[in-house]
Design a protein around this ligand. Sequence first.
Ligand SMILES: Nc1ncnc2c1ncn2[C@@H]1O[C@H](COP(=O)(O)OP(=O)(O)OP(=O)(O)O)[C@@H](O)[C@H]1O
Length: 327
Amino acid sequence: MAIELTGLSKQYGDVTALNSVSLTVRRGEIFGFLGPNGAGKSTTIDILLDFVRPTAGTATVLGYDAQDDSMAVRQAVGILPDGYHLYDRLTARQHLEFAIASKGSDDDPIELLERVGIADAADRKAGGFSKGMKQRLVLAMALAGSPELLILDEPSTGLDPNGAREMRDIIRAERNRGATVFFSSHILEQVEAVCDRVGILRNGELVAVDTIDALRDALGTDTRLVLTVESVTDDMVNAVAVLPEVTGVHADSETRLTVTCAPETKTAVMHALEAAGGTVVDFDIEETSLEEMFAAYTTDDDTATSSEDEDDRELVAPSAESEEVRA
Ligand SMILES: Nc1ncnc2c1ncn2[C@@H]1O[C@H](COP(=O)(O)OP(=O)(O)OP(=O)(O)O)[C@@H](O)[C@H]1O
């Protein structure tokens, strides 16, 4: 195992940052760690790196106890922590030389800077770097010594779209050479694009661990039908809303209705619309989006999965646009 957490808890005064989290990350996998702001992601990572001590439970990294063998962990792991520190007056090359020496490796600093796309700035002082350049520099330092495990806290923060793509390529390349990558992120597309499995934290508790596809499936099979009709009327909305397998109906415009329902109810929805005087001119079927999936696991709103309450029928499944993600 690359990482093993057992009953890990962290209390900051009255605040429970982590509540008995148990998790196993296997060697060779890319594992994404998700959760709303304040869910406990950085706290977990800080415990793995012994920046923070747990209140209860244990964490092992590559077989080393994260607290008792923290030096061994840091030697073996490449890290991009949340509150990293760079030396303003040292150049990128000097930062790399320091990281390479502390790993006892023989990497070429320029090669590492090339991998993260800032070789041109090798001899510039880090104090003058943009946020994204700093992020790239810390990533290059994490790659020094070809670590068995990379632990990256929000690695895409501050990166432009090219940088985010390069980050994905680097994460994949690291896994392909046999490394394990454990990273936290808010960028769901990024996570879906590279992760073998994800864990979702909510209020300090691990609420789900699986592949993204399996997490989607576990939410239920609700489908979203986007229907274009000649003109939406209240009768049509009501006729669809009372169907037993429909969990949401929303008139997006005068001609567009979004219906959340079980897949086998699609035909019944069409019939109900036509019986209420509507003519369907077009329709589209949408899968649960990543944002909806994230919201379903991390908010209390469960209208996405079921609702027997007539009053709730105006609501569509929770989405990033309509639901605030609560910490
Ligand atoms: N040093 C600290 N003192 C007091 N409370 C803290 C401290 N560090 C973290 N917390 C609290 O612990 C909880 C978890 O915070 P953490 O930084 O681990 O969340 P996160 O998931 O990384 O959030 P974000 O996505 O915003 O980075 C929060 O309620 C936070 O306020």
